[in-house]
Design a protein around this ligand. Structure first.
Ligand code: OKP
Ligand code: ZN
Length: 314
């Protein structure tokens, strides 16, 4: 499996988030992706640099005003400054820094490079995107996300066939759901923590099924805090059945590893060896698959989690 990675994510280095009116240390750290790449470097998987793609791909999912706003704000800041914008936001956890635009665009390039690989060679690719993307809506940032990497890659792939998105991050991907909510050529399926007790709170309930032409093409599987391997696997099997029924040309996996038992902001009890099983179960679909990195904040173990997942997949 090809891994797509670039050091350009390092420039986005948020120090704080504002949580319940207090400044607390930011968990979406550059060390996350460095932990993963360090672990994969010893493996047989080739590591590729992303290509450059036009901003037009970002505009295919996000409004021009929103994208330009992030670019302009980011460009106006000094190194080390951070700004919590008042417009186009879902929350106060997602600051803009001088490096944010460049890093977020690089994450999109990683996802698109992976998407191109799976389209042309019908293979599997792993895009080491950072910052993550799945909370970002058409014109709103939030949940540490600016541009929706998985959605932009999906939009690109959807020109060539139908796409299923399987979101296994601990948090519901409200942004991805929002972007494809009225589409029948893109199926969004997500397993995540019960939104009545965990971020993003506003969406991720099982009653959200899509709208218009997209009715029936959005499926949410919220699970209680404390969910363990066996309970998780039952739900995972259900999502795989949904995807098989849809029979897509491509699969995009929004892979967050904050379901891990020791994750500092998660609340499930998934154990280290189980990531191999999750990878193997998803790979059993035998689809050209793009894996897009989302969350996962236990920095010390993150590399090992990703390696287990990839090993199970291949
Ligand atoms: C992003 B992704 C914790 C409260 C803020 C925001 C969660 C964003 C998760 N101090 N929680 O889905 O991993
Ligand atoms: Zn998450």
């Amino acid at each position: 499996m090809n891994v797509v990675y670039s050091r350009d994510h390092l420039i986005h280095n948020p120090q704080w988030e504002i949580f319940q009116g207090e400044r607390i240390p930011h968990v979406e750290r550059p060390e996350r992706i460095e932990s993963i790449i360090a672990s994969l470097k010893g493996s047989k998987h080739p590591i590729l640099s992303p290509g450059q793609f036009s901003t037009r791909y970002i505009y295919s999912v996000h409004t021009k005003n929103y994208v330009d706003y992030i670019k302009r704000l980011s460009g106006s800041l000094q190194e080390g400054q951070s700004l919590y914008p008042s417009y186009y936001i879902l929350d106060t956890y997602t600051p803009i820094l001088s490096g944010t635009y460049k890093a977020a665009k690089n994450a999109v390039n990683c996802a698109l490079t992976g998407a191109q690989l799976i389209r042309k060679e019908q293979q599997i690719a792993y895009a080491l995107c950072r910052p993550p993307g799945h909370h970002s809506e058409k014109d709103r940032l939030g949940g540490y996300c600016y541009f929706n990497n998985a959605a932009i890659a999906t939009e690109y792939l959807s020109q060539f066939g139908t796409v299923a998105i399987l979101d296994i991050d601990f948090h519901h991907g409200n942004g991805t759901q929002h972007i494809f909510y009225n589409r029948s050529d893109v199926l969004y399926v997500s397993i995540h923590a019960d939104p009545s007790v965990r971020y993003p709170y506003i969406s991720g309930f099982s009653s959200e099924n899509g709208t218009g032409e997209g009715l029936g093409f959005n499926k949410n599987y919220p699970l209680p805090l404390g969910t363990r391997n066996d309970g998780y696997r039952k739900t995972l099997q259900r999502t795989l059945t949904d995807i098989k029924k849809f029979s897509p040309s491509f699969l995009v996996v929004s892979a967050g590893f904050d379901t891990y038992i020791n994750d500092p902001i998660g609340g499930f009890n998934i154990t280290m060896p189980f990531y191999k099983i999750i990878g193997r179960d998803i790979a059993s679909l035998r689809l050209p698959t793009l894996i897009v990195q989302e969350g996962g904040y236990e920095i010390t173990d993150l590399g090992e989690i990703a390696s287990n997942f990839i090993e199970g997949f291949t």
